[in-house]
Design a protein around this ligand. Sequence first.
Ligand SMILES: Nc1nc2c(c(=O)[nH]1)N[C@H]1C(S)=C(S)[C@@H](COP(=O)(O)O)O[C@H]1N2
Ligand SMILES: [Mo]
Length: 201
Amino acid sequence: MNVTRGFTGRPRVDNPGLPPGQYDAGDDWPVLSAEVTPDLTPADWSLRIDGLVDAPRTWTWEQAHALPASAYEGDIHCVTSWSKFGVRFGGVSLDAFLEEVRPQASATHAVAYSHTGYTTNLPLADLTGGRAWIAFEYGGEPLSPEHGGPARLLVPHLYFWKSAKWISGLRLLDHDEPGFWEQNGYHARGNPWEEQRYSGD
Ligand SMILES: Nc1nc2c(c(=O)[nH]1)N[C@H]1C(S)=C(S)[C@@H](COP(=O)(O)O)O[C@H]1N2
Ligand SMILES: [Mo]
């Protein structure tokens, strides 16, 4: 049988890990970037967390790597309808960063921003509890520049547009503030299991 490499197209009925309206991209990992891929070295990279926190701070590459390593193994889902199964990212849990800045009780949401200017908004609850990472590695290798290297946000339980590439910071807020795609009609939360693709879904 002749099967096109990288597109298995298993119907969802055989594939309970596939959220509604998604297909299995197989070996492919499409690149989706609104910006030109920046030339960002680890020495140029930093992460800042500020806003409604007791102790705002910035981490360099070395300081971020001094935090406990944490990996994600599982699936990712893009709103353009591809899903990718069994990926492995290495990095640091966002909980480790948040523990140091101490979010204030009034903080309910965050805006993630990239070194390129991309932004995306998330409920703070989606960034805690071991469900979000700052990822430096993919498949045991440094994250490639087109996929957000040297470091991206990873929030795999939400549509992948929430996983800001070339992450540079998070600002904690007491309200929701739409980011780049959300200002253009995409959903504020983006839960793939509820098909929260566009505002109003
Ligand atoms: N900085 C930045 N982050 C981004 C994007 C982007 O355009 N710029 N696109 C988002 C979207 S829509 C998706 S599906 C994923 C794509 O990540 P990938 O190119 O590694 O597959 O990154 C998300 N993060
Ligand atoms: Mo996407």
